[in-house]
Design a protein around this ligand. Structure first.
Ligand SMILES: [Zn+2]
Length: 153
């Protein structure tokens, strides 16, 4: 197993006073019932340790992991991102076929997509209202409405 030094890196447990935003990568994984393997911990740390929310592709996370000395295959990155998404730690935003962003902001919200720079920017849910919607097909109900405003910028 490569990347032996990673686990200790994640042991920076701040004295938590029950404040969710400061919970460590380890707590996040435990909270959703994911076994904190070394690779999951290392990737959770990269994804959730910074300030604010992030939108990353698997490829971006892969290169960030390598910069941080985490040796992990792109396939493992994909698997881990999908596990995190299923567990509710991330939201997957499919911008186009083959281009998914994984969003650390799991609250309901929308996005601007800058097509030239391949960047997503959050739009808060309250500032968009969909005034005309067809009724959902019989036997189904609307789960969510995700708006992506594509920018020529
Ligand atoms: Zn977002």
């Amino acid at each position: 197993m490569a990347g032996e030094a990673i686990y200790t890196m994640d042991n920076n447990q701040q004295p938590s006073v029950g404040m969710r935003p400061y919970s460590s990568a380890l707590d996040r994984l435990r909270d959703v019932g994911l076994r904190p393997t070394r690779q999951r911990l290392a990737l959770a740390k990269i994804l959730f340790s910074g300030d604010g929310n992030r939108h990353v592709t698997a490829e971006e996370l892969h290169s960030e992991a390598r910069q941080n000395g985490v040796s992990v295959s792109l396939a493992t990155i994909y698997n881990t991102l999908h596990q995190f998404t299923q567990a509710g730690l991330l939201n997957e935003v499919v911008v186009e076929a083959g281009r998914s962003y994984f969003d650390t902001n799991t609250e309901e919200h929308h996005h601007f997509f800058f097509e030239r720079t391949n960047r997503l920017q959050d739009i808060s849910a309250e500032v968009i209202s969909v005034s005309k919607m067809p009724p959902p097909p019989e036997g189904s109900k609307v789960k969510s409405v995700d708006v992506i405003i594509r920018l020529d910028a």
